[in-house]
Design a protein around this ligand. Structure first.
Ligand SMILES: [Zn+2]
Length: 63
């Protein structure tokens, strides 16, 4: 051992709040634990609910 060890795990910051990610899992996700949950929830909220009709469906019918 030479003593000048190289850190293999880079310090990463959460894409959402900018906090330092300390766990390998969080680094791989790109988000901290809390932000990963929030980001996932927001992503799901943006998806159209299956079976729910949008305003565009009604507009298409009228033409
Ligand atoms: Zn975060």
């Amino acid at each position: 051992m030479s003593g000048d060890e190289v850190f293999t795990i880079q310090a990463r910051r959460c894409k959402r709040c900018g906090r330092l990610l300390t766990s390998q899992e969080a680094v791989e996700r790109g988000y901290g634990c809390q932000c990963a949950m929030k980001a996932k929830r927001e992503e799901e909220a943006q998806k159209p609910i299956p079976g729910q009709r949008t305003i565009f469906d009604y507009l298409e019918e009228e033409s």
